[in-house]
Structure formats: structure tokens, C-alpha cells
Design a protein around this ligand. Structure first.
Ligand SMILES: Cc1cc2nc3c(=O)[nH]c(=O)nc-3n(C[C@H](O)[C@H](O)[C@H](O)COP(=O)(O)O)c2cc1C
Length: 310
């Protein structure tokens, strides 16, 4: 594995990144991944620029953080370039994030309707304006996370614009918007983009294990892992050829962090959101799974999970 990757002024220790995931990569999960280590940086889930500007309570809760060893990137979504500027000023002045990522890949209808997420891929001029305006007022490293297109592939045009506007890195989920999260990701675009641009390219899509990770690292400068990290948070250690952390330790630590961060009434929905992915691919009995997901009592859910893994 190539050891380092440089994004703007940040020299990051490993070219492997945990993906931003709405409702999942919350402060406790980010801390868990930071402790597991062997990553380049941690990313928040997507954060609304309008929510940040209005100081929406829920948004502010999403950007809180535990202390961390690895650099932290905040991922923003929105559409209005002036609001992006305002949000970035807040980040620079009031937070300790060391990098900014912009979501230009989200396929969800609610986001697209607002002209944000992957919808921006249909508006290359707007992409240019957003990046240029942000770079004018902030020296924080800036990455852009995109897909290979909205309904048709336009990644090569968009990648050039993103680099030309001054972004420091490009993250690509190698699918079209209309593919959402299934169908083959077109990784062959990795080599094509790398030939064209000089900023680091981080590739993403269906990296499920160490073998795939190693293959993909040859096609890009870095990789980003989403769903496989949720079922196996220790995947970053496996890629770095370090000892795996056992599931029982992971779940125990995650529960501790959650209990430290959330009020009691939030714990049951939060642990279920995590368990939905964490239990994937494990021999967790079907009946027990039903009991866990139908139960509303946090303490009962916790006990069932801990009992199984201990
Ligand atoms: C439940 C869920 C939530 C996601 N939330 C975000 C998000 O907030 N920001 C973002 O850029 N991508 C988000 N993604 C996309 C992932 O970051 C990633 O690009 C995608 O899952 C493909 O990578 P994977 O095959 O490794 O999971 C989300 C994906 C899922 C399944």
C-alpha cells in the first residue's frame, strides 16, 4: 500500500478513507473508526449548509465531535454558492475541521429537488462557481465527492472542471445517479481520470474486502469504503495488515461512545441503525434479529446484542 496521500496542505497517513454516510457516520461512529485507525481522515455524514447557517440544533449536533487522532473533514451539501461561502466561513471560524468535502453525488429525491447532491452534476457552471468562491475565502483542503454522472456519464468533463476550479482532491463513486447503490460501478474510469488530472483521485464503490481494496488502490490514488466498513469496521486494519479487532470489542466500544454522546431517548433508534449494517454477513440468528428490531427498550436491545457477541 502506498503510505501517504496529500490533499491540499494536509499530508494524510493512509490513502484509505471511511465514507460519509447519512444517519450512520455520526460522532460516536466516527470516534470508533478513528480509534480503529489506519485511515487518512474521518468524514462527517452530509451536513446541510442551510442548517449550519441557521444554527439548526440537529445540524449542530451532527458536527460535534469527540477528540480525534486523524484529521476531520466535514461533508457539506447544498445548492446556493453564497450559502456555501457562509457555511465555510462558519467552519473556518467556529469549528476544528481540517478539511471540507462537498457532496455532489447524493441520489436521494429530496436532495435533488433542492438542486443539491448529484443534481449539481448536470450544472458544470455552478460546480465551478461554488468551488471558486469557496477557495477564494478558505485555505482548508477541499475535496468534491461525485458520481460518474447523473443520467449519462460526464465524469471526464466534470473532473476537469473540478480540478480547474481549484479543488484539492476528487472522490468518485463510480456509479451514475440513476444506479443508486447497485449495479456494477465503472472503475475503469479511475485510470482515465488519473491520466487527465493532477489532484488526488479517491475511488469508491463496492470495496468489500482486502483483495478488492488492493486491486482498487492500483487504479486510483486512494480508496473510500462505505457499507463494508459498517459491517466490518476493522476493515481498515486488515487492509494495513494489522490485527483485526474482534466484533465483541467493537460493539462494546460503540455502545460506550453512544451512551456518552446521546440522550437516553435517542439510543434505541441509533443502535438499531448501526446494528442493521453491523449484523450483515454474520450468523446472527434470524429470530433474535427480529426481537432486536421490534424492541423499543434500549436496555433490552443492548443486552441481546452484547449477550450474543460476548
Ligand atoms: C445509508 C447510506 C447513506 C449514505 N450517506 C452518504 C452521505 O451522507 N454522503 C455521501 O457522500 N455519500 C453517502 N452515501 C454513499 C456512500 O458514501 C458511498 O459512496 C456508497 O455507499 C458506495 O460505497 P460502498 O459500496 O463502499 O458502500 C451513503 C450511502 C448509504 C448506503
Amino acid at each position: 500500500m502506498n503510505e501517504k496521500i496529500t490533499i491540499g496542505k494536509l499530508e494524510l497517513p493512509y490513502p484509505v478513507f471511511p465514507a460519509p454516510m447519512a444517519g450512520l457516520t455520526d460522532p460516536p461512529f466516527r470516534k470508533l473508526i478513528d480509534e480503529i485507525g489506519y485511515i487518512g481522515a474521518v468524514f462527517t455524514e452530509m451536513i446541510s449548509i442551510e442548517g449550519l447557517i441557521r444554527k439548526n440544533k440537529q445540524t449542530l449536533n451532527m458536527v460535534k465531535d469527540f477528540s480525534s487522532e486523524f484529521p476531520r473533514f466535514i461533508q457539506l451539501f447544498g445548492s446556493n454558492s453564497d450559502s456555501f461561502v457562509e457555511a465555510v466561513k462558519i467552519i473556518g471560524g467556529e469549528t476544528e475541521f481540517q478539511g471540507i468535502d462537498i457532496n455532489m453525488g447524493c441520489p436521494v429525491k429530496k436532495i435533488i429537488k433542492k438542486g443539491a447532491g448529484s443534481y449539481l452534476l448536470t450544472q458544470p457552471d455552478k460546480i465551478k462557481i461554488i468551488i471558486e468562491k469557496i477557495k477564494k475565502i478558505s485555505d482548508l483542503p477541499l475535496t468534491i465527492k461525485i458520481r460518474i454522472g447523473f443520467n449519462k456519464i460526464n465524469i471526464l468533463e466534470i473532473a476537469k472542471i473540478i480540478e480547474g476550479s481549484g479543488a484539492d482532491g476528487l472522490i468518485v463513486h463510480f456509479r451514475l445517479r440513476k444506479q443508486k447503490f447497485s449495479g456494477e460501478p465503472l472503475w475503469e474510469y479511475g485510470e482515465k481520470i488519473r491520466e487527465m488530472i493532477n489532484i488526488p483521485l479517491i475511488g469508491n464503490g463496492d470495496i468489500k474486502d482486502v483483495v478488492t481494496a488492493e486491486k482498487r488502490l492500483k487504479q486510483t490514488d486512494g480508496i473510500m469504503i462505505g457499507r463494508a466498513m459498517l459491517s466490518n469496521p476493522s476493515i481498515f486494519r486488515e487492509i494495513a495488515k494489522k490485527d483485526k479487532i474482534e466484533d465483541k470489542q467493537i460493539i462494546k466500544r460503540f455502545i460506550e461512545l453512544m451512551e456518552e454522546f446521546y440522550p437516553k431517548d435517542m439510543l434505541s433508534p441509533r443502535i438499531k441503525a448501526f446494528a442493521r449494517y453491523f449484523l450483515k454477513g454474520k450468523d446472527f440468528p434470524k429470530e433474535l434479529k427480529k426481537e432486536v428490531f421490534h424492541c423499543k427498550e434500549y436496555l433490552v436491545i443492548k443486552e441481546k446484542l452484547l449477550e450474543y457477541f460476548m
